[in-house]
Design a protein around this ligand. Sequence first.
Ligand code: ZN
Length: 308
Amino acid sequence: MKQQSRIAIIAIIIVIPLTSFYVLSQESKSIPSTPQNSKLQAISSFYPLYEFSKNIGQDKVDVSLLVPIGVEPHDWEPTIQDVQRIQKSDLIIINGIGFEEWVHDLEDMGYNGLIVDTSKGIQTIHNEDVESVEDDDHHHDENDPHIWLDPTLVKIQVKNIANSFTKKDPNNANFYQTNAEKYIDELDELDLKIKNELQYCKKDFIAFHNAFTYFSEQYGLNQLTIINSLQPHLEPSAKTLESVINTAKKLDIKIIFSEETADPRTSQVIADELGGKVLTLSPIEIGNDLSYIERMTQNLNNLKEALC
Ligand SMILES: [Zn+2]
């Protein structure tokens, strides 16, 4: 986390207790007293977790989203207002595996709620194992966070969320566990569909950033990427584009994938060179009108067009 936001957070810890008495006594004059909301207050760090949490908590949990809709979550950091919001919540649901680096500061500042690491129990993959088309000038060694794109791993995330709701609100344990089971059935169905439909197809594909490492591992595919995963918005150099084009030619790849937050021209340049076309392969890092299952199905259909 940047020094600036660290200072900001420390300021909140120190200043808020000093001023809260004054603020509270002022507020009590203007805000009519209402019975305290008894629902669990959960904050999910980024879009997929929001959807999973809503599916499990339904009307019994107030779930809100931390990274604003439409904002790419990789380099996002909470503002002072966000930290104040988190302070008031019962749980914060995170992906884990280093995707939310700012969470350490929450721990340091003595957050009273439960930090739910949904990656608990998942075997992580190192980024250094990932094959990249880009020349690796700066070699990174970091765990890959993109577990939510493998439905079999999402099942574990869903169980972790259901267990955290159960822990905080044991009276509704059956409700949370039943909802989780229902959602897991849908994930099983999706998993089976992907397995069946990609089974006899080609294996090599070029994603925009390496969001599909776990997915590829699960379904026996070989992911190549245009850009380094740790800098998702970096403009690839001419040299990188050339190297991607050469790799694509070697592997007879005609379809290049782009994603919602990427500049489509990058993938288009490569596709034009190959006489191919650009399709979307969504890392589902930002929300839209479609559900996770629907977007994964779109991804499957686009992969089928490229590989089958
Ligand atoms: Zn990503």
